[in-house]
Design a protein around this ligand. Sequence first.
Ligand SMILES: C=C(O[C@@H]1CC(C(=O)O)=C[C@@H](OP(=O)(O)O)[C@H]1O)C(=O)O
Length: 358
Amino acid sequence: MGQSFGKNLKVTIFGSSHQEYIGVVIDNVKPGFEIDMVKLDDFMQRRAPGKSRFTTKRKESDKAIFISGLRENKIISKTITALIKNNNFKSKDYNNLNDIPRPSHADYTSFIKYGKDMDMNGGGPFSGRLTAPFCLAGGIAKQILEEKNIKIASRIKNIGGIYDKSLDLANPPMDELEKISQKEIPVLDEKKEEEIRKLLEDVRSEGDSIGGICQVFGENIPQGLGDPLFDSFEAKISYLSFGIPALRAISFGEGLNSINMRGSAHNDQFELENGKVKTRTNNAGGIVGGITNGMPVVFDLIFKPTPSISLKQKSFSIREKKEKDLLIKGRHDPCLALRTPPIGEAILALTVLDYLYE
Ligand SMILES: C=C(O[C@@H]1CC(C(=O)O)=C[C@@H](OP(=O)(O)O)[C@H]1O)C(=O)O
């Protein structure tokens, strides 16, 4: 089911939203690194459910239980295995969904492909819950990269059409981004934060949902990662990104804005700073020809609105082959994009570490 990825650093995610555990196997790591567990837990808590009024009410501690590969937090094997316990699931909320699929959720396509025996409670293997073990692997990768002075950060760039302030992509404010990372709405502009809060309150009280964009930044990413054609750096980032539920699009650097620019404005012109080759702008987001050029790597992850909403919708009964109205019970995020920044950071950290282990 494509639950593994990576060429040199191999990561396998397992489990399901309402089964006893979810978890991760990280294979081909290098022994010797000591994981900072406090930092790793802080990273996990940025994604964890039940933390704010704008996220699902399902509460999970998302504490990592390492069952192999570590001694006193130090990596002592080539393989690490960790579990995360599912504690707070309410499968009965999903009883009607076995027969009446949620519009724009994987319920129906899973039925077409795997039939009625696939455990789809809580979204089953399609659930955003699986991003918890993904972040566990990514949080460790991020720490390993930090030791090499490679920094990764992120923010919410847009919720429902409200944009955070625009940034100079050649000089992203990594320290400021780090400071906002634990906020309920991690944006830099406080006025926009208020506007987004108001929008989210409206959306939530209407029983609806909304989409958003998370922007990811990498500083000191080594030059020369990636290859032409199908092994481009963008291709590797995109491969992992589209494994994240609800992702609809990804763009690099100025992305779709590039369409409206002339070459003279879009080209990143060179400069030499104390002999070091740099570019004056970074519209490419640090990747040209599929290969990193040493400028900050910048990409946007574009998420659709959460499909599970409380409003009445049109669906049908698989058993009776009859149209039916659907009312979804359960606890769902009004804006799942809000919890994606650490997932974006994990995508970049795991991609870069995979290259460095070549
Ligand atoms: C639990 C998480 O997200 C879940 C993702 C999810 C879905 O359908 O994707 C449905 C909800 O779970 P439940 O229906 O069991 O309350 C979310 O809470 C998490 O991200 O850790």
